[in-house]
Design a protein. Structure first.
Ligand SMILES: [Zn+2]
Lengths: 358, 281
């Protein structure tokens, strides 16, 4: 990327970035002094900046899981519209699920990435308060998932590959969402995405919140930005249930192994896309460029594979999650198995009349 | 607590535990009345007065559903390998599994196998509510997929009895992945032209509802079963409004068009058999 605004610390420091902020404060102080008194402090400022870079490198190569979650939720983190603006040419948005409405938490449309035409399906959390409300803070309703699958089938018909950009705290837990079948909508997407006859690339760009993320997250490749997270439940939710105390979220985040590094190690994601120094929010351009590079590279590779082979591989990939082969789940709990066997055998074989009325 | 005398029978009790305090009498959560335990048990664990369907364990379910002695279990030896090495508070997932094994007598939250229902051969997948709340981890996902495979292989209908609190968070993204995995297996069964009957019992929520449970060709629910995506408490906390009466019940799901029918436990066998007959090719 040609342009890189080196404004590493531009306000909005996270709680663990005290030192980074302190370097900025000192540099600002020197700049103020130099303009007030006309003394040249540029060498000192440069030295401070170097120290700051070193500090960021150190800090961001050792983020805890909870710190990662905070980076993934950073208010300045690039959102779907940044990707659409910087990476997608000729974006042509397609609205509506043809059933109920047009969910703004999920945006769908055709566009070009590199030299490829693709269907983009992405979750949008919104930047300003107004936008946030309009797209429900990135929490889709069933109509969002139905819109997504409808457009994906449109793309399938014309052999257009699909790119999904995942960024949601989770599917919306509301009365309307339940009335309109949130569970059914997500389930249907999982089933259909497992067999769509076009390449599908899924990328977690921020928050990968549970079923809400998975609802547009089944494909041939799953990648994550370096400081995105992907989890079965929010750390707060997990802490509230297992620790019986929501404030234990940092511990829960650690236990859930929700960082890109852990998930790569567990072979649950295929690739980690690097973020610029100090996180995606410190250079939106670099982040989008890295994502674009990944998409172009991966699309080229996937397009070389015959579609039936691709579907076979996709199915194998899904089937192998957590149990490939099943023998890794086999263990020696003989006594428990015996108990079950005995219990099943204890089910009477001779007819016993069970009366419905008592 | 007084220790009960050890019986010579070394199997585990077929009696559901959760809603049944020790003793001869139980209170029905539906009508708040006390009943003689045997009377409820003889009535398929349905309240004789208000038809409240008590939660039942997988073995009891199979006893009620399958032809006597017809159930042949497959993959009985799968247990979790604790993929995340999950620790919480002063305990671990492994310890929790051991504790629930002891408490429930089950080795995992699902039993799968072949059986007959009124003489019709089926593959049964029955979830176990007393084992980590029937949650779906890698073993549940793997066993469900094996059941779907078996149904394809043997050209038999797949009947799933769903009863689950959702994805098993102790297995993190591995458990989340089971949603995609089981849904893909249903897609395969669908492609093969197999019949999938999904029975939603109390409770069916979270990641299980949002995957294979809702993907049946035919969806049946037990009366008043809690069925939904998000838990009622989560919703109440999010929207900060009191939830409407009967929200997320089987009746609510029927009204909103998401299930085919509500069937009383005593009619489940005959209703499943009838659908199987209708779908004969
Ligand atoms: Zn009652």
């Amino acid at each position: 990327m040609a342009e890189n605004n080196n404004n590493i610390g531009s306000g909005n420091y996270l709680g663990f970035e005290d030192k980074v902020a302190e370097f900025d404060r000192q540099a600002d102080e020197l700049r103020r002094l130099s303009s007030a008194k006309g003394i040249d402090y540029s060498a000192e400022i440069r030295r401070l900046q170097q120290q700051q870079v070193a500090e960021l490198k150190q800090l961001y190569s050792n983020l805890t899981a909870w710190q990662t979650v905070q980076v993934a939720r950073h208010p300045q983190r690039p959102l779907l519209p940044d990707y659409l603006g910087l990476m997608v040419k000729e974006f042509c948005e397609l609205h509506g699920d043809r059933c109920f409405g047009d969910d703004r938490a999920i945006v769908t449309g055709f566009g070009q990435i590199g030299r490829e035409r693709v269907l983009i399906v992405g979750q949008n959390k919104g930047r300003t308060t107004k936008e946030k409300i309009a797209c429900n803070f990135g929490c889709p309703n069933p109509e969002g998932y139905r819109k997504a699958i409808a457009k994906m089938k449109f793309a399938e018909k014309f052999k257009i590959p699909i790119v999904t950009l995942i960024d949601t705290p989770g599917a919306y837990p509301g009365v309307g969402a339940e009335e309109r079948g949130q569970a059914q909508a997500i389930a249907f997407n999982l089933m259909e995405m497992s067999r769509l006859t076009v390449p599908i690339i899924c990328i977690v760009i921020g928050e990968g919140g549970s079923g809400g993320a998975l609802g547009i997250g089944v494909g041939d490749k799953l990648a994550m930005l370096e400081f995105a997270y992907y989890s079965v439940i929010s750390p707060e939710g997990c802490a509230a249930i297992l620790w019986r105390d929501g404030s234990q979220a940092p511990d829960a985040a650690e236990a859930l192994k929700l960082t890109s590094r852990d998930l790569l190690r567990l072979q649950l994601v295929d690739e980690v896309i690097p973020e610029p120094l100090g996180g995606a929010h410190r250079s939106i351009h670099d982040t989008v460029y890295n994502v674009e590079k990944y998409i172009v590279k991966t699309l080229a590779a996937l397009k070389r594979i015959k579609i039936d082979k691709l579907l076979e591989a996709r199915y194998e990939k899904l089937r192998s999650i957590g149990a490939s082969p099943a023998s890794i789940l086999r263990s020696k709990t003989q006594p428990a198995q015996e108990r079950i066997k005995t219990a099943i055998e204890a089910i009477p074989r001779k007819p016993t009349h069970i009366s419905a009325e008592v | 607590m007084t220790k009960k005398p050890k019986s010579s029978w070394n199997g585990f009790s077929l009696k559901p535990r959760k809603e049944m305090p020790a003793g001869l009498w139980i209170r029905c959560p539906g009508c708040e009345q006390m009943f003689y335990k045997t009377a409820v048990e003889q009535n398929l664990n349905v309240c004789p007065k208000c038809s409240y369907h008590f939660r039942i364990d997988a073995v009891t379910r199979i006893k009620y559903l399958a032809d006597e002695g017809s159930f042949q279990q497959i993959l009985s030896d799968l247990t979790t390998n604790d993929p995340l090495d999950f620790k919480f508070r002063e305990t671990t997932y492994k310890q929790r599994v051991k504790a629930d094994e002891k408490k429930s007598g089950a080795t995992e939250a699902i039993l799968v196998g072949k059986a007959f229902i009124k003489g019709r051969g089926v593959v049964l997948a029955v979830m176990e509510p007393n084992f980590l709340m029937g949650s779906m981890g890698a073993v549940v996902g793997e066993k469900f997929c094996a059941a779907a495979d078996k149904a394809i292989e043997e050209k038999m209908p797949l009947v799933a009895i769903c009863c689950s609190g959702g994805a098993r968070m102790h297995e993190g993204v591995v458990s989340l992945g089971q949603m995609a995995k089981t849904s893909a297996a249903v897609a395969m069964l669908d492609k093969a032209g197999g019949l999938f009957i999904s029975v939603l019992t109390d409770p069916t929520t979270g990641g299980v509802t949002a995957s294979f449970a809702m993907l049946g060709d035919c969806l049946i629910a037990e009366p008043k079963a809690l069925i939904g995506f998000a838990g009622p408490r989560t919703i109440a906390e999010t929207i900060k409004v009191e939830l409407p009466e009967g929200f997320q019940t089987a009746e609510f799901m029927l009204e909103h068009g998401f299930i085919d029918m509500i069937v009383h436990r005593k009619d489940l066998r005959s209703e499943i058999a009838r659908i199987i007959d209708y779908c004969q090719k």
